[in-house]
Design a protein around this ligand. Structure first.
Ligand SMILES: [Zn+2]
Ligand SMILES: [Zn+2]
Length: 223
C-alpha cells in the first residue's frame, strides 16, 4: 500500500485507525513504516496511525488510549464548561489500557462501553461531566448544549437516564434560553436557596434583564 493509499484509508475512518485494520486491508509493516517516515502518516501510539490533519485533541486522546471525553468533548462542540484546568479528558472504556505519552495531564474516564477514537457523544460527555466536575458545571454545560440545539428531547432524556438518581435534579430546572454559563450557575444557586427568579425579563424603560428576583431586584450576569 502506498502512503497515499494509507492516507485515503485513514481519511475514510475520520483520520485514524489501528495498524491491524491497515494490515488486514493489505498494508505491510514496511508500508506503514515508510508512510510514517515520509510524514504522510503519524503514529500517536504504538499500533495506531492517523493523518497529520487529525485534531490535536483527538490525537492526544488516542495517545492516551481512547476518545476525547467529558469537558474536552463538550468544549470542542462549543459548549461552555466551568473548568479552569482545561486538562484533556479521555474515555478509555471500563478496562481500557492507558499509555504514557509526552506531556500527559489527562483525566481518564472509565465508564462502560467500548471506546475507540474520536469524540464521545454530547450525551456521554454530559453524563461524564456530572461525575467529574460536579453538578454546577454539569448544569451550566447542559443548558449551554441545549441553547444552540445540541440537545434535543431524546438526548436530554438519555442524559437523565445516564445520571445517577442523585444527580438528576438539575435537569428538572434546566431551560433552553440561558445565554451564558455564569447565568446558569447563578440561577441554580438562587433556586436552591428558594429564591424566586425570572430570567430574561423585558422591563419597560430598561430593556431585557438577565434576572428579576422576587419581582424587584434586577441582576445582570456578565458571562
Ligand atoms: Zn472529566
Ligand atoms: Zn494522557
Amino acid at each position: 500500500m502506498t502512503p497515499a493509499a494509507i492516507v485515503d484509508f485513514l481519511a475514510e475512518r475520520e483520520g485514524i485507525a489501528r495498524g491491524r485494520s491497515l494490515l488486514r486491508a493489505g498494508a505491510s509493516r514496511d508500508d506503514l513504516r515508510s508512510a510514517v517516515a515520509c510524514g504522510a502518516v503519524e503514529r500517536p501510539r504504538t499500533g495506531v496511525y492517523c493523518t497529520p490533519r487529525l485534531a490535536s485533541a483527538q490525537r492526544t486522546a488516542a495517545a492516551h488510549g481512547g476518545e476525547v471525553a467529558c469537558a474536552s468533548a463538550l468544549r470542542r462542540r462549543g459548549v461552555w464548561v466551568l473548568d479552569h484546568e482545561e486538562r484533556p479528558h479521555v474515555w478509555v472504556g471500563p478496562h481500557g489500557r492507558t499509555f504514557r505519552h509526552d506531556g500527559c495531564r489527562c483525566v481518564t474516564h472509565r465508564d462502560d462501553g467500548i471506546s475507540a477514537f474520536g469524540d464521545v457523544s454530547v450525551v456521554r460527555a454530559l453524563v461524564q461531566l456530572a461525575t467529574c466536575l460536579g453538578d454546577e458545571a454539569f448544569f451550566a454545560a447542559f443548558e449551554s448544549a441545549w441553547h444552540p440545539g445540541l440537545l434535543g428531547e431524546t438526548e436530554r432524556a438519555e442524559v437523565r437516564a445516564g445520571l445517577r438518581a442523585g444527580q438528576r435534579s438539575p435537569t428538572d430546572i434546566a431551560r433552553p434560553d440561558a445565554e451564558s454559563g455564569l447565568e446558569s450557575i447563578l440561577r441554580l444557586r438562587l433556586l436552591r436557596r428558594g429564591i424566586a427568579v425570572e430570567c430574561q425579563v423585558r422591563i419597560d424603560g430598561v430593556g431585557r434583564v438577565d434576572f428579576l428576583i422576587d419581582g424587584i431586584l434586577i441582576v445582570g450576569s456578565d458571562g
